[in-house]
Structures are given as C-alpha cells and as structure tokens.
Write a protein that binds this ligand. Structure first.
Ligand SMILES: [Zn+2]
Length: 419
C-alpha cells in the first residue's frame, strides 16, 4: 500500500514516469490455450457458437496441472503488458468426466498458485453455471465440466474465503435460473458480482422469448443493479438499457479484441460514454494480452463507425490515450480491491514507463500515455510493473518467464490432439 507519495526525491525513487496499472476485469485463463487455433475458413461461416464448440473441445483433456501451467504463462504475459490484477471468471469446476473433483477447490487452487507465481493480484470469480438455456434447460454433455449445484457453489466460496480476493459470478442469464441467482446473491451481500450479458443477438432474442424482456432490462428489474455489478460485454443494448446501466453505477467490462475476434458487435461507447457510465477492459479469450490494444480498438471502433478521429476524452482530459488508460485503471469496483490511483492508502499497483523506448521518444506528461496507447511498434515500453508493493516486472522481464514458457509449450504439446 502507498503510505505516502511525493516527487521531492526523499523517498524511494523509480526509474521513470509512473502511471496506475490496469485491472484486467475479465479472463478465462484456459482459453489462452486455444487463442489462434480457431482461425480457419468455414464453408458455413463460423460465428460465436462455432467458436464455442471448438472451445468445448479443449475441455476433454485439461487437468489442474494444465490449467496451472496455462494460467501462469498468461498471468506473466499480463504482468508484462501492464495489468497488475486479473478477475478470473472461473467455471471449470469439474473433472473431464463431469464429476466433482475429490478436492472441490483443486482447479481454483491452480489459479491461485499461478497468480502467486506471476505475482499478479487475483480476484477469483467462481461462476455458477447450471443450464444450457433460459428457463433452466438441462445442460449439454459438453458443459459437464461447468455444472454445479447452488450448494456446491456455496461450499466452493466458503472453501476459498480468506485465501484469495473473491467475487460472485453467474455465467449468464441463460445459464442460471432466477431462483438460483437469488440464492447465490444471499450468500454474501458485499462481494462484487460478475455476469456475461447481451454478448450475442441470439441471447437477447432467447431472453425476450423466455421473459418478454431484454437481458439488461430483465436484470435491472430483478436485482439491485448497483456498483457491485460487473456486466461483461453488454454489447447489444437499447439506448434505454445503456442509460439504465450508466445510472446504476455498475461497471461494463468491455473486451474489444475478443468481441472483434468472435464477431460479437460494437459496444455502444457513444451512448455509454456520453451518459458517463463506468467501464473497464478485459482480455477475455486472450487473443490479445495487451491493455494498449484493447484501448486502441475501443477507440478505433468508434472512429471506423463515425469516420472521425480522437473521440474518447473530456474537455478536462483531451488526451485520448491518457483518458482511456486512466479510466480503465480506475475501474476497480469489480476487483473488490482499492487500486487505480497513485495515492496514499491505495494498493501499490503501478507501471513505470520506459522513456528510453523509441515509442515514447520526445513525449512528456499526458502525451506519454497517448503514445503508450496508440504507438504499436514492438514490445510495450514498460520498464517495471508493481503489484501490491512488489516489483513483478523489472527491465521488461519477469523472473519466471523462461521457465513458464517451457512448461506452457509442454502443456500445449500434450493438448495438441484436443484443439
Ligand atoms: Zn467471457
């Protein structure tokens, strides 16, 4: 934690300009292993749902040791990219045959160990997943590793409490029933709550057919939508739903590179930013593990649609890169941990920029962040990353990166036939 912050040189000195690190609000670590493996032309035209079938294919083999190796590699990559904390949306609860592990926390423990090796802060989001569709439809065989009773879910939360920062998670409105949501929300009234919502048009249509309401309208009617909630994607919203979310204080976790990769659609940044909604970013399926690229694509999506430049910011902060970086850094409610500002009392999560890197040459002040976000000419110009007062990246290097890369390659080699 920062005890005191100053620039007079009397305390610890850092080797470059310091900016808050960014929390990664949405991650499925195991999906790092299939990033790039589903980019094949399909005669029928691939979409989110065909990608999901490929993702399910990887589930036939993943062991806790595999997940530990994949997550360790991923979390080291995140640290080097300037993320100091990750919200891990965890629903890989069961063994390959669908039966509960003898130790129910074994998969969660693998994620906790991976984060400890990487040094990155972890907010573990155990996710309830019980159904294959709205109205409690029975799960598909391919979903056997996710499915859990509310009682087992509650036991998992209690088994992890005190060992890791926690949040509550629902996979989506299509994967849980209203009664199950109410039961889980009653477990703890203080933890952050994460849910995928309105990522796909089909999901919106199915929700309308089931309830007569769109997903965000339904959620706002049924729960106290407030600053505890993290709505992941929120891609297909009406203008009224955008205003509802913005006024609620909930955070939207926008995942631009995954949303682009899966063909989800554009988040309504125009309406949501105008309504001063709270938002952050997530790397989700990990086709990109780079906060800069998420922010760049958030802005470029706006430019491509409106055919204009330099759209995100305010009169008080007209530097687009600085506004994007600092907004994303301050979106900490879904993590449950006080980071996001360089100030006394905050957890000491920050990035030291490498001003010797040509990508930042000649820049000062907020213009440094504009170049950090918008110049893409090699590895990120990041010299150090600190999480919880510990330096986890030094001179752009992580102490475990070589060892982790070898373990990751071995894991992928074993998984080759499943992907
Ligand atoms: Zn997701």
């Amino acid at each position: 934690m920062f005890a005191e912050v100053g620039t007079d040189g009397t305390g610890a000195r850092l080797p470059g300009p310091v900016v808050p690190a960014i929390p990664n609000l949405h991650s499925h670590a195991f999906q790092r292993a299939i990033a790039g493996a589903t980019e094949i032309l399909s005669p029928s035209g691939g979409d989110f749902w065909t990608w999901r079938q490929a993702m399910y294919g990887s589930l036939g083999v993943l062991t806790p040791d595999d997940v530990r190796a994949i997550a360790t590699q991923l979390y080291i990559e995140m640290a080097k990219a300037g993320y100091s904390r990750v919200c891990e949306f965890h629903y890989l609860h069961n063994d390959v045959d669908g039966r509960a592990f003898a130790t129910p926390t074994v998969m969660a423990d693998a994620l906790v160990e991976a984060a400890a090796t990487a040094g990155i802060g972890l907010t573990l989001v155990p996710v309830l997943y019980t159904s294959s569709g709205f109205g409690g439809r029975a799960p598909e065989p391919a979903q056997r590793r996710f499915v859990q009773s509310v009682d087992a879910y509650a036991a998992l939360i209690e088994g992890l409490r005190g060992r890791v920062d926690l949040a509550i998670g629902f996979h989506s409105l299509r994967a849980v029933t209203p009664a199950q949501m109410r039961a889980v929300l009653a477990i703890d009234g203080t933890l952050p709550v994460h849910i995928h919502i309105a990522e796909q048009v089909k999901e919106v249509d199915d929700c309308l057919a089931w309830s007569g309401a769109r997903p965000v309208d339904w959620l706002a009617r049924e729960v106290d939508l407030d600053a505890r909630w993290c709505l992941v994607h929120a891609t297909h919203l009406t203008e009224a739903e955008v205003r509802t979310v913005a006024a609620s204080g909930a955070t939207v976790a926008i995942c631009p590179t995954t949303e682009a990769n899966l063909g989800d659609g554009f988040f309504d940044s125009e309406g949501y930013f105008a309504a001063r909604g709270t938002w952050g970013i997530g790397s989700d399926s990990h086709v990109s593990v780079d906060a800069r690229e998420e922010l760049r694509w958030l802005e470029y999506g706006r430019r491509l649609r409106l055919r204009r430049r330099a759209l995100s910011g305010t009169p008080a902060q007209p530097h687009v890169g600085a506004w994007l970086w600092l907004q994303a850094a301050s979106a900490v409610a879904p993590t449950g941990v006080a980071t996001g500002r360089i100030a006394a009392g905050q957890r000491a999560d920050f990035v030291v920029l490498d001003t010797d890197n040509p990508q930042l040459a000649g820049r000062r002040g907020d213009a440094l962040l504009d170049s950090l976000v918008f110049v893409n000419a090699g590895a990120a110009p990041i010299r150090e990353v600190w999480a919880g007062g510990r330096r986890i990246v030094a001179d752009g290097h992580h102490a475990h990166e070589e060892q982790s890369a070898r373990a990751y390659s071995d894991t992928l080699a074993r998984m080759r036939d499943a992907i």
